[in-house]
Design a binder for this molecule. Structure first.
Ligand code: CTP
Length: 425
């Protein structure tokens, strides 16, 4: 079973008296937003709604005005000759708000916000919101649209500006197909907002912690032009690094050869072989607070790589392989109290028991069992299905999620472990 992310007292209190703008765009999930507004009001928040033209096609302005007990904001300009109308309300409301939620966020609105366009009240609020206020964006659309390069690029731009993009869930879509694209349920949205308001800035248990993450594949030289490697893309490790940096951690990413941009605020060390990854990692073993092994490290390397290019001849070629050091196990065995060791177990068969075994033998605090199936989970693909197993046996099965969302859930679980090991600030 999935565990709640926050403790009860936090959930009860953090929204009381907070001013929240809910931006609603034109997606079918908009029909759930009166319930979302109602939940926020019930938790004690003051809510004002910014509804786009598309949003108004899916949900009634009257319903939203009724549940929020406020007029709904739509166009930039009030009707001409309206006496006493506040023509600068987009600025005063931007100042008023403690947080902005955009749910559902459409591809069109993501494009507008990332480009800085400002032609309705929602985009105007977005621009006038005070720096440092949480902006939570919940894209909801068809799965193919969500994964399209332009939507991904616009989300990356908004994330780099400090917005929190919460990936859609997978399930049945309006098109009748199943896949990624569903907006999370209103109570999950409220939960994310509470967490953002609570953990924003200094209060994440990961704030200012030193987090070292290994990522990507390693390459083990056979000769000067050939190597042994695997299909790892590095996406999972990079997603964890990006999210940990957003939570205020000091992140070092030790990565094998991958084709990925360094996440904002992350310090990156490029390596090629397992031996180099081992060497680079060891330098942090005593100083880091958290070591996360997300790399697909080659277990073996050719015993004596050939200097130049190995030439073919008529005989069979025998390669002798020797074992590489197990980087994570070495950290796990020598970690001091207060340091956390987190690993992955990529298994092609039903491998929960195997994952539990790795958790114990490598002395880890948490292991993410990563079921390998080339379409939905594992190397190269953009989604993952993880089961998180903690040292005390607590097991959390996550649904199929984007690697960004899976990384966030993994870090949520790690944050919960921090107080238990004394690394809470
Ligand atoms: N790992 C590591 N160094 C290695 C091998 C693995 O740091 N030489 C780490 C991985 O980054 C991962 C965890 O150990 O977090 C488990 O890796 P995995 O490949 O699933 O398991 P192995 O221990 O290599 O065992 P096997 O290949 O037999 O499944």
């Amino acid at each position: 079973m999935d565990k709640p992310i926050c403790n009860k007292s936090l959930e009860d209190n953090v929204l009381i008296g907070k001013n929240i703008i809910v931006g609603i765009c034109g997606g079918i999930a908009a029909y759930k937003t009166p319930h979302l507004v109602r939940l926020l009001k019930k938790r004690g928040a003051n809510v004002r709604v910014a509804l786009t033209e598309g949003g108004a096609r899916f949900v009634s302005e009257l319903a939203l005005a009724t549940v929020s007990q406020e007029p709904v904001y739509r166009t930039m300009f009030p009707p001409a000759n309206t006496a006493g109308t506040d023509y600068t309300r987009h600025i005063s409301l931007g100042e008023w708000a403690d947080a902005l939620i955009i749910a559902p966020a459409t591809a069109n609105t993501l494009a507008k916000l990332s480009a800085g366009l400002c032609d309705d009240m929602l985009s105007a609020f977005f621009i006038t919101l005070r720096p440092g206020k949480p902006v939570l964006i919940f894209p909801a659309m068809d799965g193919q649209m969500f994964l399209s390069p332009s939507v991904q690029r616009n989300m990356a731009t908004l994330a780099a500006q400090g917005c929190t993009i919460i990936s859609p869930e997978s399930g049945e879509l309006a098109s009748g197909q199943c896949g990624l694209g569903r907006m999370p349920e209103p109570d999950a949205i409220v939960n994310s907002l509470e967490k953002a308001l609570h953990y924003g800035g200094k209060s994440s248990p990961l704030y200012d912690k030193s987090v070292v993450i290994t990522a990507g594949p390693t390459r083990e030289k056979i000769d000067g032009v050939r190597f042994i490697s695997n299909y790892s893309s590095g996406k999972m490790g990079f997603a964890i690094a990006r999210d940990a940096a957003k939570r205020g951690a000091r992140v070092t990413l030790i990565t094998g050869p991958v084709n990925l941009e360094t996440p904002f605020g992350v310090s990156r060390i490029d390596v090629e072989s397992a031996a180099e990854m081992h060497e680079a990692s060891r330098k942090f073993f005593t100083s880091c607070d958290l070591f996360i092994g997300a790399a697909a490290v080659s277990d073996y390397r050719p015993a004596s790589p050939y200097e130049g290019k190995l030439k073919k001849n008529d005989r069979e070629l025998q390669l002798t392989l020797v074992q590489n050091p197990d980087i994570l196990a070495e950290f796990g065995m020598q970690k001091a109290s207060g340091q956390l060791a987190i690993g992955f177990a990529l298994e092609t068969q039903t491998g929960l028991d195997k994952a539990r075994e790795k958790l114990a033998t490598k002395n880890l605090d948490l292991i993410a069992f990563n079921f390998f199936d080339r379409l939905t989970s594992g190397f190269e693909v953009d989604t993952n299905i993880l089961t998180l197993i903690e040292r005390d046996g607590v097991t959390t099965e996550l649904p199929q999620l984007t690697k960004d969302a899976a990384a966030a859930r993994l870090l949520d679980a790690i944050e919960q472990l921090c107080p238990k090991t004394g690394i809470n600030p």
